[in-house]
Design a protein around this ligand. Structure first.
Ligand code: ADP
Ligand code: MG
Length: 832
């Protein structure tokens, strides 16, 4: 176990300086300990006469604090400094308490990294603790049935949920600002007396507002409430001393005011100090939410399962979960607010490390399990590959060849392949799948391929059939809406092993489908499927009768790239292949952003493309007009475009509410060039390939997610012509929408897009359970906590090296918590 530790240790100023600081710290501790021990043992009269050079010691504690980098040690020195600095002024009766406090701090400081010993393991009671934490929030004092209901709707069901519902921000209200010194635009706390409080009706609508005035020794501050007037009116009264907090605004007449201030009676400690701010149900008062969280922390934090083995916590300066949780919900008076707000506090680090450690242990176990499974070793088929290459209308890219080779090596092993191919839209993933499928079939196996939409399944079936049937391989399409008779016939032929490749939607994994000998499962656009669906596809292989427990190879494909470092961690149980090259001759799509008023110019560009024999998509966010949202919709606009703007051109409409057959017919007409303009919703998002289409117009582009926009753009730029993606959005748009649209204009690179998307949305969304099959993150942020992620991975691997099957006594609790964290997730059910 290395000296590796938290981020603040990562860049020590220098090795020499670090050890000099350690020596100075030790010297200081030695020097201060003797008099303190003496005082603690001395009788009261002796102690009263003794003179401690407290001011000087306080100064030295402070100076040391400035040199030390570890946040926990710093916190202890700070506390020590405070106690010593208060010594001289403290009444004799309080000194014994101060001595005890100082000695306890010395003890912690001596243990090297302040917090090592602070990690109090709780292992024997894990089962009980987890049960207690799983209790309904209704059992938390201050939460009655009604509040419990509101909180549940907000997503907080259990006590544990409540504990992990961390403040998203901390406000520093330790400093009160005199009214005279308030500055417009700043957030401040002011203490004073309410001298005026009255309702008033304003404006043409006679709107009711509440106005108040707070006075301190230096001036008057106006307070205004526009909402919930009656409620606030009743909450406090004239003459009351209060702390008000909020953002200072300029008011008419040079006055200053705070709109909707938070108000707490002065003298009430709630509302002062460092205040945690929580996300909360709209109707709930912030102070009530704080109170509930604080009560839950007090009552249950101690039950959080801090079960990391000593070997894992050693040298990392980790707090245990109970301590960390208290610091987050009820920050100390001397808390470092910047660290809290940056999620860099020791408490945050403790929770993040804990969360990521269990993630990594789970991942490593899953990977090991995969490696121990048996599958089908498939032989190379060089002649077949040769023939396939000859039949393709193009030459494979270097990247395609590499990935096809990686897959071939996997499939030759007696363990099932678990490979994820990441390749940007248009990078040619389908061909890669083709080679894998052909190899499996040549080895006497069947292949199942799953795509997220019928349209896409049909396209794949058509493309693959064209190449495989000349080689004597049978391809069938299986989608939900097929006529029953035909479907049954297909199913029978699949079961008899007559069909070699089945392409379909999730219809493929429905119960009635039986394979004679499934050897390979392929999932296209895998991020559109859940883990369970992926697992179901794999499980079809277990029907392989006499072949027993052997499982098919799995090939997953996705156009949603995630940064490679992250991929290692979040897809830790998969092997990755990267299609990082587009087929040659493609010109990058040019992306332009227009405001609504420039629509005529856009239509002109479209017409020019149509006149040159090319085709265009026009995408809308909705199918039909909607009362709630005044958006242009596909149905209305298709009519209008056909009638007016594109009069004389052939315009078609396709959307998700159309029947499969209808949709299909329209798509086919577009693909064949019979339709020139395709008006649609996002049904065309995934996979559809029409090389003559060169213009993609996206209306209300501000309404789409970044990944979705990038996918849509991927529908054009598939031929040799210059293609355009024209984004139309209102001039006034939200900040996030603006960042998305700018990113689209700025880059065509899917990885860059993924990075930006991650920054905007946060990884919780991007790597949500649905996409990655991971437990949701409660505290960790994979971008922000990258270095902790590495550390956790290393720690997890080291622990598993010592105890590969988690059989050691210390691992019992780890196993239990692991099962809890991954509860219901696939493949780990049997780990716990
Ligand atoms: P995606 O990775 O988005 O699934 P596709 O497999 O649909 O991409 O391929 C996009 C288009 O590029 C298709 O028309 C396909 O035939 C073509 N294509 C694939 N590989 C090559 C290549 N090596 N050279 C030229 N065109 C290719
Ligand atoms: Mg594709």
């Amino acid at each position: 176990m290395g000296k590796a530790s938290g981020p603040e240790r990562r860049k020590p100023r220098s090795q020499g300086e670090a050890s000099a600081t350690a020596a100075a710290l030790k010297e200081f501790l030695d020097g201060v300990e003797r008099p303190l021990v003496f005082l603690s043992k001395a009788s009261a009269p002796v102690a009263a006469r003794a003179r401690l050079p407290a001011a000087e010691l306080a100064r030295r504690a402070h100076a040391l604090r400035e040199r030390v980098q570890d946040s926990v040690t710093r916190a202890h020195l700070q506390e020590l400094h405070g106690a010593l600095a208060g010594w001289d002024a403290a009444p004799a009766g309080e000194r014994a308490g101060l001595v005890a406090q100082c000695l306890s701090l010395l003890g912690r400081l001596r243990e090297g990294r302040g917090a090592v010993s602070k990690y109090r393991r709780r292992e024997t009671t894990v089962e009980d603790d987890l049960q207690s934490l799983a209790q309904s929030i209704q059992f938390v004092p201050n939460v009655g049935p009604r509040r419990a209901d509101v909180l549940r709707k907000f997503g907080l069901m259990t006590v544990e949920d409540l504990l992990y519902h961390l403040p998203f921000r901390y406000e520093d209200r330790r400093m009160m600002t005199p009214v005279r010194d308030l500055r417009v635009g700043e957030v401040a706390s002011v203490v004073g007396e309410i001298t005026h409080l009255a309702e008033r009706h304003v404006g043409r609508m006679r709107r009711r507002i509440l106005e108040g005035v707070l006075r301190d020794e230096t001036g008057f501050l106006a307070l205004t409430w526009f909402n919930q007037v009656a409620y606030f009116r009743g909450r406090f009264e004239k003459g009351q001393r209060c702390v008000v907090h909020g953002k200072v605004e300029g008011a008419p007449g040079g006055q200053k005011r705070i709109v909707h201030p938070e108000v707490t009676p002065a003298g009430d400690s709630e509302g002062q100090g460092v205040i945690p701010i929580y996300g909360k149900p709209t109707a709930m008062n912030p102070a009530a939410m704080r109170k509930i969280a604080a009560t839950a922390a007090e009552g249950w934090a101690a039950r959080l399962p801090s079960v990391l083995p000593d070997a894992v916590t050693a040298g990392r300066g980790l707090l245990d979960l109970a301590h960390a949780m208290m610091l987050l919900h009820a920050p100390d008076a001397d808390a470092d607010v910047d660290a809290l707000n940056g999620c860099r506090s020791a408490a945050h680090r403790a929770l993040v490390f804990d969360e990521l450690f269990f993630l990594q242990v789970g991942m490593a176990l899953r990977r090991r399990r995969v490696e121990s499974e048996t599958g089908f070793a498939m032989e190379a088929a060089p002649q077949l590959a040769e023939r396939l290459r000859g039949a393709l209308p193009f030459r494979l890219t270097v990247a395609q060849k590499r990935v096809i080779h990686e897959i071939a090596l996997d499939m030759a092993k007696p363990h099932p392949m678990h490979r994820l191919v990441q390749g940007d839209v248009g990078s040619g993933k389908t061909v890669v799948a083709l080679f894998a499928a052909a190899k499996a079939i040549d080895n006497g196996f069947q292949v199942a391929m799953m795509a997220p939409t019928e349209l896409l399944a049909e396209q794949h079936a058509a493309n693959l059939r064209a190449l495989l049937e000349p080689l004597g391989m049978e391809v069938a399409l299986l989608i939900g809406l097929r006529g029953k008779a035909r479907r049954n016939e297909t199913l029978e032929r699949v079961a008899a092993g007559e069909v070699h490749l089945v392409v379909g939607t999730h219809a493929v994994i429905q119960e009635k489908v039986r394979f004679a000998r499934l050897g390979l499962g392929i999932v296209d656009e895998q991020h559109r499927f859940g883990v369970l669906q992926r697992a179901a596809l794999r499980a079809l292989g277990t029907q392989n009768g006499a072949r027993g427990e052997r499982l098919p190879h799995m090939l997953l494909m996705t156009a949603t790239p995630i940064p490679r470092t992250l991929a290692m961690s979040v897809y830790g149980d998969l092997d990755l292949s990267l299609l990082d090259q587009l087929p040659p001759g493609r010109k990058p799509v040019r992306t332009l952003l227009y405001s609504d008023s420039r629509r005529p110019a856009i239509y002109e560009m479209v017409k020019r493309a149509l006149d040159a024999g090319q085709q265009a998509y026009v995408v809308y966010p909705l199918v039909e007009e909607s009362e709630e949202m005044p958006l242009r919709d596909a149905t209305t606009m298709a009519e209008e475009l056909a009638r007016a703007v594109f009069h004389g051109y052939r315009v078609g409409l396709v959307h998700g509410r159309m029947k499969g057959g209808e949709k299909d017919a329209v798509m086919r007409r577009f693909k064949d060039g019979d339709l020139q303009v395709l008006v649609s919703t996002t049904v065309i998002e995934v996979g559809i390939d029409v090389p003559r289409a060169t213009v993609m117009v996206i209306e209300h582009a501000d309404r789409f997610g970044l990944a979705q926009l990038h996918q849509l753009r991927g529908r054009v730029g598939r031929g040799s012509e210059q293609s355009y993606c024209l984004l139309v959005a209102p001039f006034r748009r939200g900040d996030q929408a603006h960042r998305r649209l700018s990113a689209m204009v700025e880059t065509n690179d899917g990885f860059r897009i993924a990075d930006i998307d991650l920054e905007i949305r946060g990884p919780g969304d991007l790597l949500g359970t649905r996409q990655s099959g991971l437990p949701d993150f409660r505290v960790a942020n994979l971008i922000r906590d990258r270095s902790l992620l590495d550390e956790a991975r290393q720690a997890a691997n080291e622990w598993l090296e010592r105890d590969p099957t988690l059989q050691r006594p210390e691992s019992a609790a780890v196993r239990r918590v692991l099962a809890h964290r991954w509860a219901g997730r696939l493949g780990l059910a049997d780990v716990g």
